[in-house]
Design a protein around this ligand. Structure first.
Ligand SMILES: *[C@@H]1O[C@H](CO)[C@@H](O)[C@H](O)[C@H]1NC(C)=O
Ligand SMILES: *[C@@H]1O[C@H](CO)[C@@H](O)[C@H](O)[C@H]1NC(C)=O
Length: 322
């Protein structure tokens, strides 16, 4: 392996070495978690998109804090889920950071392919970027998304997803989720957007769960969920495409490509082909995910490892557009 790589490097092979040399494996992981979940007894399930429009009006109202109370209680719930994940590591057994595993959690409107899109991977695949620098990476479909368990959009929320992330991190540390790597030397939680909220909440609750924390598309100043939702102009996902017909009305999706751009891209800093790719591959998000976004402490003051927080200058969701 090393010699063929060396040969390639010497000859500057182009096509033969399209992308870094990695080995990847897909896994379905069965886990049982308990979490204190919000119960949305004050939010009647949406019957149609007029109900969603009305929800946005109520949520964004200046009196929402007093007259809009979707959360009726908190309950400990224990549930078993299947989480679908991919683990990639450098082919080279001597790769510099092979024993460091990045555990990447994607945000809303995406699935795990956010980290490894098929479009221009040399520019946009974070997986390839990490592999090229010698790291191993574990990335998964969040609850309710992609090939992971489908649950109601009134149930999938921050607390149960943090419980899942915690369990996944513990399994990785024990060497269970990464047979090709074994017990890692260190674990780094990496999040994008809502995935950053999940990663930050996980580390806040268990500061020794990992050695590093990277929060992208995220900030601690400027989050405005009603504004985000209004820009996304969400519609019930099952009314937008047959491919989402198995999801209940708690799953929403931006109404069109322009609503998607309004929330996730800023002109002129995007490639239109990437926007179209992202829109064609978007994944619905759960209304309970929004309503639970502030349910947990996400400021990991006890964390002793290294941390990085980074957002685009014009991040709409977490920096209110600037
Ligand atoms: C959930 O269980 C934990 C551990 O038993 C307990 O401390 C907590 O108060 C419970 N929460 C609720 C809302 O009942
Ligand atoms: C949050 O952002 C506002 C507006 O840009 C700024 O004035 C304020 O200092 C920021 N607060 C913190 C804690 O960074």
């Amino acid at each position: 392996m090393l010699s063929s790589l060396g040969l390639c490097a010497a000859l500057a092979c182009g096509l033969a070495l399209a992308g870094p040399q990695k080995t990847c494996a897909d896994y379905d992981i069965s886990i049982t978690v308990t979490s204190e979940n919000l119960i949305l007894g004050g939010l009647p399930e949406f019957e149609d998109n007029y109900d969603v429009a009305d929800f946005l009006s109520n949520l964004g109202s200046r009196t929402a804090a007093v007259d809009f109370q979707p959360v009726s209680g908190i309950e400990n719930q224990t549930t078993s889920y299947t989480i679908s994940a991919t683990v990639c590591s450098p082919v080279d057994p001597k790769a510099k950071h092979r024993q460091t595993v990045l555990m990447a959690t994607h945000g809303l409107n995406f699935d795990r392919k956010y980290w490894d899109p098929a479009i221009q991977p040399d520019k946009y695949s974070f997986v390839d970027f990490a592999i090229e620098r010698g790291y191993s990476i574990f990335f998964y479909d969040r609850l309710g998304v992609g090939k992971s368990s489908k649950v109601s959009g009134y149930v999938s929320q921050l607390p149960n997803q943090v419980a899942i992330a915690t369990k996944l991190a513990q399994l990785i540390k024990a060497g269970k989720n990464s047979p090709a790597i074994g017990k890692p030397k260190s674990l780094v939680l990496v999040g994008h957007s809502y995935g950053s909220l999940i990663s930050a909440a996980t580390v806040t609750a268990q500061p020794d769960i990992c050695e590093g924390l990277v929060l992208t598309g995220f900030s601690y100043n400027g989050t405005n969920i009603p504004v985000f939702l209004q820009a996304a102009e969400p519609r019930i996902a099952s009314t937008q495409s047959k491919k989402w017909s198995s999801l209940d009305s708690g799953y929403l999706t931006p109404v069109d490509i322009f609503a998607n751009v309004n929330t996730f891209f800023k002109k002129p800093d995007y490639d239109l082909d990437v926007v179209k790719y992202a829109d064609n591959h978007k994944a619905p998000f759960a209304v309970a995910e929004f309503l639970s976004a502030e349910a947990l402490d996400v400021v990991p003051t006890q964390f002793q490892g290294k941390a990085m927080v980074i957002a685009g200058q014009y991040d709409y969701i977490f920096c209110t557009g600037q």
